[in-house]
Design a protein around this ligand. Structure first.
Ligand code: AMP
Ligand code: ZN
Length: 468
């Protein structure tokens, strides 16, 4: 498999640290509000990545966090606390807000057939681990205490800017007016590991620590959770492009300082979904959620299809007309698959199966080119030399990655079971006809009819239709 690695700025061959298991970490949602469909584009990309790795033959251990503490409205340490903001908005406690929006997130993800990662860890559940890491960073001279907060000292890290490709001057020039300077930091890009002094007196999420009662910074959570569950060598770390700086930059700095060696080899970032008017946000205009799409009559999977048509590293602009185009494409796809399902014939041709599987894999292996893989699916559908059982087999196989419900799970069970029953009965009937046992042949046809399966003898053999 080949990926574009943000760390090296090149497309590289993927070689996991240990071939037996790919260790993958993906940043999870900050649960102070619903996820917008832009956020969910990133989770669709990560879902496809995990399923593609599995399809190609890797075992994947994937971990994701739920950010329920420490994330400010600015991705550096400034601005309001996102969770407190959510709680104030809805007159609830931060814990209630976290629970509610965590559930909402997984409901939305399920509607989009995004599989739950194997391990999901709430940031607030691993406080002891972050404290131990911070203690070591302090002992080793990578962190300092100032104004009773603990900060990471970026000047101790040689390659601090390697992921973002920026340099400190760029960042200073680009620094926005609304980023308040924290006078207690040695360098403006030092970041908080532990806060005991906060301007939010009503910060409800607080824990005891060697530096006083307080709470962890956002970045240390992801390092702590990833290292706890995936060990010292991470293969893949993902997120949206906005995570490159400062979040992932800071994760690398503190994880490598803590471990004393390189940490994660491949960094993959999904580009944003934008609105025609610009960046998608949770506060601006119509708040685009999965529920809103559903209210407007859209099947969430049509949105998944919309995302799969473009490459994860390209920006994508959302508009209703472009979603409508995806809806028609998705509906046509489903109806073609349905026709095949209802007209099964022939033995599965496994040579053809492997040939198409290889082409499908080639798309995925090429930096997750899902649109190529979709094209291979269409090639299968229109290949006149393939019988319908072979097509059905390939559709089900490809859908293990695409997850577009091309054959609903229940229907697959039913259809495979039903399929062998129908085929056996049709074969028995054909044999009965050859043996001129018309009584048995009619009996078998009636038996099928009773089950809602109508058969028809034609030039290409016997076909059938399921009428109920
Ligand atoms: P958050 O819940 O804000 O922490 O973000 C969750 C994920 O969505 C992160 O991986 C972000 O990088 C990603 N993200 C944020 N905005 C967008 C967007 N407009 N399009 C795609 N992904 C996004
Ligand atoms: Zn993270």
């Amino acid at each position: 498999m080949r990926f574009y690695n943000t760390l090296t700025k090149k497309v590289e061959e993927f070689v996991p640290h240990n071939e037996d298991e790919v260790k993958m970490y993906t940043c999870g949602p900050t649960v102070y509000h619903y996820a917008h469909i832009g956020n969910l584009r990133t989770y669709i990309f990560e879902d496809i990545l995990e399923k593609s790795l599995e399809y190609i033959g890797y075992n994947v251990k994937r971990v994701m966090n739920i950010t329920d503490v420490g994330h400010m409205t600015s991705d550096s340490d400034t601005g309001e606390d996102k969770m407190l903001k959510g709680a104030a908005r809805e007159n609830k406690t931060v814990w209630e807000i976290a629970d509610y929006y965590t559930n909402a997130f997984f409901n939305d993800a399920e509607q989009l057939n995004i599989r739950k990662p194997l391990i999901i860890e709430k940031a607030s559940d691993l406080i002891e681990d972050y404290i131990k890491m911070i203690e070591k960073l302090l002992d080793d001279g990578y962190a300092y205490i100032s104004n009773n907060n603990v900060y990471f000292d970026i000047s101790k890290n040689e390659d601090y800017y390697k992921l973002s490709g920026k340099n400190s001057d760029d960042l200073l020039i680009g620094a926005r007016d609304d980023v308040e300077e924290d006078e207690f930091k040695k360098n403006p890009y030092d970041f908080g590991l532990w806060f005991t002094v906060s301007k939010f007196e009503n910060q409800a999420m607080q824990w005891d620590s060697p530096w006083g009662r307080g709470y962890p910074g956002w970045h240390i959570e992801c390092s702590g959770i990833a290292i706890k569950h995936l060990g010292e060598h991470l293969d893949i770390h993902c997120g949206g492009v906005d995570n490159i700086f400062p979040h992932h930059t800071n994760e690398i700095a503190q994880s490598e300082a803590f471990l004393g060696h390189k940490w994660c080899k491949y960094w993959l970032h999904g580009e944003h979904l934008n609105e025609e008017t610009g960046k998608m946000s949770k506060s601006k205009g119509e708040f685009l959620t999965v529920s809103l799409l559903e209210e407007k009559g859209y099947n969430p999977l049509a949105y998944r299809y919309f995302c799969l048509q473009s490459h994860y590293r390209n920006q994508l602009v959302f508009s209703y007309p472009s979603l409508d185009t995806a809806v028609s494409g998705y509906k046509r796809l489903l109806s073609r698959v349905n026709q095949i399902k209802n007209n099964l014939s022939g033995d599965i041709d496994f040579d053809q199966v492997s040939k198409y599987q290889e082409s499908f894999k080639d798309g995925l292996k090429n930096d997750l080119n899902t649109s190529t893989s979709l094209t291979i699916l269409y090639d299968v559908l229109k290949d006149e030399a393939l019988n319908n059982n072979t097509k059905l087999y390939l559709i089900a196989d490809f859908d293990s990655v695409l997850s577009l419900d091309l054959l609903k799970e229940k229907e697959i069970e039913l259809s495979l079971e039903l399929l062998s029953y129908i085929e056996n009965t049709i074969n028995m009937r054909n044999e009965a006809k050859i043996n001129k046992n018309y009584e048995l042949a009619d009996k078998l046809r009636d038996e099928l009819k009773e089950k809602g399966i109508i058969i028809e003898d034609g030039r290409e053999g016997t076909t059938y239709e399921i009428v109920r």
